[in-house]
Design a protein around this ligand. Sequence first.
Ligand SMILES: Nc1ncnc2c1ncn2[C@@H]1O[C@H](COP(=O)(O)OP(=O)(O)OP(=O)(O)O)[C@@H](O)[C@H]1O
Length: 251
Amino acid sequence: MYALQQAKAGHAGAKEEVIRLDRIGKRFDGSEVLRDISLHLRKGEFVSLLGPSGSGKSTILNIMTGLEEADTGTVSIGGQIGYMQQKDLLLPWKTVIDNIALPLDLKGRNKKESRALAESLIDRVGLRGYEHRYPGEMSGGMKQRASFLRTLIASGEIMLLDEPFGALDSMTKSSMQQWLLEVQEAFGLTILFITHDIEEAILLSDRVYVLSSRPGTIKEELGVDFGVGDKRSRLVDPKLLKMKERIRSLL
Ligand SMILES: Nc1ncnc2c1ncn2[C@@H]1O[C@H](COP(=O)(O)OP(=O)(O)OP(=O)(O)O)[C@@H](O)[C@H]1O
C-alpha cells in the first residue's frame, strides 16, 4: 500500500497538488446542490470542508471518488483515495481484525497476508489486545479507529473523512483529534475532513473551506497558521476565538 511505503514522505508545506476540483456544479432532480466549487489539496495537507447541513459536503466527496458525477467542471486526482463515509460501519459479526482486513479479502488478497498487514498496524490505532473482539464490545472511538485503519489499508495516501467524530462525546473526540494528527504524520497522509464543528476545523486544519448552502458554494478559503508550536497549542491561542467568530459570521 502506497501510504505505508511512503510513510513520513508528505508533510504540510509540500507543494504537489493531489486533488483539484475546478468549477464543479451538480443538481439532483433539478435542484441545484453545488455551484462553482473550486478547491485543491496539496500533498500532506490537512484541509477541512466546513458548512451547514445540506451544503453539499458529502456530495463533493462523492464526486471526488466517482460515486457521483458532476454536471459541470473538472476533477483531477493524483493519488489513491480512501473514503470513510458517515455510514461506514463495522460488520458486527466479524472481529476487529477481520473487519480491518475485509477490503483486502474483497480484493481477493491472500487471507494470511491481509491479516498480517492488519496485525502490523494495529498498534498504530491503539487497538492491540482488541483484535479478536467484536464491534459491539468496543467504544465509539475504538470503532472509529478500526474503521479508519480499514479505509487506510484498503486505499492510499489521500483520506477523505466525512464527519468521522460527529457522533463521539467531547472527551473521546478530543483524543481522537490528537490521534488523527499523529497518524497523519506517521503515514504522511493528505486529509480532507468534513465537519460541522468550527473549533474542530481550526484545531486540525492547515486550510479551511467554508461552504454556504442552497446551493453549496465556497464562501471563503482560510489558511490556519497560528505560527507557533504544534496544532494542540491552538486550543489556548487567543487567535482561536477570533477565527471562530470570523467563520461563524460567514455561515
Ligand atoms: N443521491 C441524491 N439524490 C438526491 N438528492 C441528493 C442526493 N445526494 C444528496 N442529495 C441532496 O443534496 C443536498 C446536499 O447533500 P449532502 O449530503 O452532500 O450535504 P452535506 O453538506 O454533506 O450534509 P450533512 O452535513 O447533513 O451531511 C441535500 O439536500 C441532499 O438531500
